[in-house]
Design a protein around this ligand. Sequence first.
Ligand code: ZN
Length: 125
Amino acid sequence: MGFVYLLHFSDEIGNLENPKGSAQHYLGYTSRSLKKRFEEHKNGIGAKITRAVVQDYKYELQLVRHWSDSTRKTEQKFKRRHSPVSFCPICNPQKNITNINCKQQKSTKVKNVKLSASVVGEKPI
Ligand SMILES: [Zn+2]
């Protein structure tokens, strides 16, 4: 078990994996310490795209969300089903507010729960 996590870049870069698009997020998985993994990203270790962000573009990385008790499969599901931007509280402040409400009002939580509404500590999808 580990963490699926979402990094937000301070600005958009050309997407190395999809030359047609641009990217402002990185969705990753680690079975180790999330903090250490994030430090590695900031130091340009581990992923081509985040290395380009910090070293070539000199943009900042922000760890904006993470999902505990996750596996590689969780990461793949996330990547297949959703664009990372839909999980980002910075790019989607509206959605984030909804999530916070969901967390506080447990009675309404079951209604309209989408993948993006899963929060830290919940079971992986
Ligand atoms: Zn974002």
